[in-house]
Design a protein around this ligand. Structure first.
Ligand code: HEC
Length: 439
């Protein structure tokens, strides 16, 4: 007995001394998980508030890491696992959660240096190799304090031919003050922001009834071929076809419109955001389109903790659906996006039971979905306009559709692929938001 006990103890001690297999260590077990799942955000210059590149910078966070992964707060991912399969699913496997947790329980040991995997070579700057880059023409001065309404910058593309974009990226000039940015296409003849002067910051005037102007492409006055191209939101992703069979179109003579949401941070700052494009050498076979589904037919009473919304649109032609992106503002609570096929069958594309405005996630289908003509797409949601919602800017307010984050939206972008020459105005039909709001 005694001998066995001692032998067992000695083996364990030897394994421990060698940083052997019995103990979960940072170098051997934890770092590979952090490299794959966390460092994209948790490294200097990215949005994660602390770096997980080294043992020294990770060790003080061991306990919070355990809590964050056990409670599924991290990595950020909001889809209900009961619905859909997503190519960009960020959730950790149960095995990885166990490993991280066991490491913390073991006292967060570093382990042997030879167990350390090679560091991932993260690069700063462009993630794509852009063929062409457009920049806001002048830097914009962001004041130290206050709330800034969404500000738009029109940048002429100078494209004399129809131009197909295979990939795109927005590079914020100053991440401290750029909350989000998106770049949209304004084709020739569009009335959208017709008063904006190229290069000058532009804030759309209020409507006659005092409400905010609506963003493209859901503004009823906008030429429907206005299209959203690419965005920047911390932690969120864009989608372009990895096989490069489908591309987005910038018609000849279009302008690019930068939509900038700035936040102040106590010091005056300057920003000059850029967008880069990878261009197709020949017209592609397919067009990638981002189609909006919008419901404006709501009035949220003051204090209502669970106000329900619903809207529906219909596909007027067959499409291949690639992704969907639920969107509400600060009072958004939950959303489900559902397809109702002409056969009578229904399918939930994505359900987000605890929506968080800080994370505008695109949910990319694991397998592209064939959606027949006549299929309806429905959005079901709730808003929390009560005091309990810590993000609520004003629980006393009656809230309607609007562009600014203190207004609300019931909205989704849906990414679809269609034959190249499809008229984008004929893909999906739904009453315009102004008609809806008047109901
Ligand atoms: C998409 C970006 C992103 C990824 C991926 C990500 N994080 Fe985070 N993480 C953040 C941001 C932003 C914050 C700070 C804001 C917040 O807490 O939501 C944060 C906060 C944290 C915190 C502090 C939590 C708290 O309650 O204060 C921990 C711990 C953490 N992350 C661990 C992880 C781990 C472990 C992983 C990988 C398994 C991971 N994160 C992946 C962006 C990310």
């Amino acid at each position: 007995m005694t001998r066995c006990f001692v032998a067992g103890w000695m083996a364990a001690a030897a394994a421990w001394a060698a940083g052997g297999s019995s103990t979960v260590t940072f170098n051997k077990d934890v770092l590979p998980i952090l490299q794959t799942n966390c460092q994209s955000c948790h490294r200097p210059g990215e949005i994660g508030p602390m770096s997980f590149l080294t043992y020294e910078s990770t060790r003080p966070w061991a306990k919070s890491i355990q809590v964050a992964v056990l409670t599924k707060k991290m990595p950020p991912w909001f889809a209900d696992p009961r619905y859909g399969h997503f190519a960009n699913d960020r959730r950790l496997s149960d095995a990885d959660v166990k490993t991280l947790s066991a490491w913390v329980e073991a006292g967060a040991p570093e382990g042997a240096p030879q167990d350390k995997p090679a560091p991932v070579e993260w690069h700063d700057g462009w993630n794509i190799k852009p063929d062409v880059v457009f920049s806001m023409q002048k830097p914009y001065q962001v004041p130290a304090k206050g709330t800034i309404a969404y500000t738009y910058f029109v940048v002429p593309s100078g494209f004399t031919k129809d131009t197909w974009v295979l990939d795109a990226e927005v590079r914020p000039g100053n991440r401290m003050v750029v909350h989000h940015a998106s770049v949209q296409v304004r084709p020739p003849g569009s009335q959208w922001m017709k008063d904006a002067r190229p290069g000058e910051p532009y804030v759309p005037p209020k409507r006659a009834d005092g409400s905010d102007a609506l963003p493209a492409p859901v503004d009823p006055n906008v030429n429907t071929s206005n299209e959203w191209l690419v965005g920047y939101v911390p932690g969120a992703n864009n989608y372009f076809d990895p096989d490069r069979q489908a591309a987005k179109l910038i018609p000849a003579g279009s302008d690019l419109v930068f939509e900038m949401h700035y936040t102040t941070n106590g010091k005056p700052a300057e920003d000059q955001t850029k967008v880069g494009f990878v261009l197709a050498q020949q017209p592609p076979k397919f067009r990638l389109l981002t189609v909006p589904v919008a419901g404006a037919d709501f009035v949220i009473p003051p204090g209502d903790a669970n106000h329900a919304g619903h809207t529906v649109a219909t596909f007027d032609q067959p499409v291949t659906l690639l992704y969907s992106q639920p969107h509400m503002h600060l009072r958004g609570k939950d959303m489900e996006i559902r397809l109702d096929y002409p056969t009578g069958e229904s399918e939930t594309l994505v359900s987000v039971p605890h929506y968080d405005f800080s994370w505008q996630i695109i949910y990319v289908q694991d397998k592209p979905l064939r959606v027949p003509k006549g299929t309806r797409i429905e959005l079901f949601n709730h808003w929390d306009n009560s005091l309990n919602n810590k993000y609520n800017p004003d629980p006393q307010a009656t809230v309607r559709w609007g562009d600014q984050s203190w207004d609300e939206m019931l909205f989704a972008w849906v990414g679809v692929v269609v034959p190249r020459d499809t008229d984008p105005a004929k893909v999906i039909s739904q009453p315009k938001v102004n008609e809806q709001a008047a109901r």
